[in-house]
Design a protein around this ligand. Sequence first.
Ligand SMILES: *Cc1c(COP(=O)(O)O)cnc(C)c1O
Length: 408
Amino acid sequence: MTSSSNDRLAILGGTPVRPAGPPDWPMPDDDVRLALEEAYRGGSWGKYHGEYVERLEQELGRYHGCEFALTCSSGTFAVELAMRAVKVTSGDEVILAAYDYGGDFLSVLAVGAFPVLVDVDRDNWNMSPAALEAAIGPKTRAIIVSHLHGGVVPMSQVMEIARRRGVAVIEDAAQMPGAHIEGRRAGTWGDVGTLSFGGSKLLTAGRGGAIVTGSREIHHRARLVCQRSSNPFPLSELQAAVLLPQLAKLDIHNDRRAVSVARLLSSLGDLPGLCPLTNATNAVRWLGPSRRSPGHGIEDSATATLPGYYKLGLQYDPAAIAGLSRDRFVETIRAEGIALDTGFRALHVGRSPSRFRAVGELAEAERAHHAMVVLHHPVLLGSEADIDQVAEACRKVYASCREIDRAI
Ligand SMILES: *Cc1c(COP(=O)(O)O)cnc(C)c1O
């Protein structure tokens, strides 16, 4: 901004960088409107069964290169369904990262199993395969692996360990539908992958979820879990109808988000104390839209990783910003109209130690708990000017950080 009145932080009474606030989600979409009208005309809006759920399951399978997909009522339930389908039962242990979605932890408890928490990687704050092996014991039945905030877990290493030790892998791709991890779609490395269609997610029907798997047996058991004469955990025809056009555009939208992230990170590059989660897996780089054929993933690399961005995670260091606390930094940026937020609470923080077993110190998960900041995705489908406003808001806060604690 050039005008000096805009140098004043919004939290101190100045004009916000984005006075209208962050873009709304979901965004208006004519294809979704047409799908709703079609579902209305065909009567499927009010039916138990119709063409849409079946078509969506076929399309999800085709998109992921998996033989089977099964929709359900939420991403949280998809994780529970996946556990039941790989026969996690009471008394079993399930390993997950100590920095993860709280619902995954609670789903482990919901099936009567016991959560075992491992630390996250220092540079990307997602599950560290190095921590995994030591956590596996005679009671371990499954590992839940989530790819979070633009960081991905090196799945080839996870699968090598899991196969050798005879443990099932549930790959939670709720934050990364359509991402590529070491050459494969997120969710297709594990024995079963899970997706969310919740209201804030990249594919949204307000609510909803799915599992994908190459195993006929897992698919069959999951279907049995959902059959009680009727299905008590369904995705509706209307939800499936609005998801189909979104799935058709997912690769194009993921490409746009990746371009926006690259632009943002390069303009944040010289700000200390805001460090993107980094991925150590093979060929972790953006190949560019021209190198990719929509719907068919990456043409020219069998091992490339292209993360997805439901959230863009950054490691925040208050020492680089005059000691400004993470929470105060987030609050200040939000006042500028940018959808920045704190990350998850670490799963071991504030919970009774009788509810889980911790493997090691969980020091990095603890750091992530205190220092993760995440940018919400809708702005990533905006213009270059929208992206530049995010960087501008950060610069504005850096420039005035010494005034914030004094004034509030
Ligand atoms: C959002 C999310 C879920 C669950 O999604 P819902 O559909 O809201 O239940 C599961 N795992 C992760 C990592 C998520 O971000």
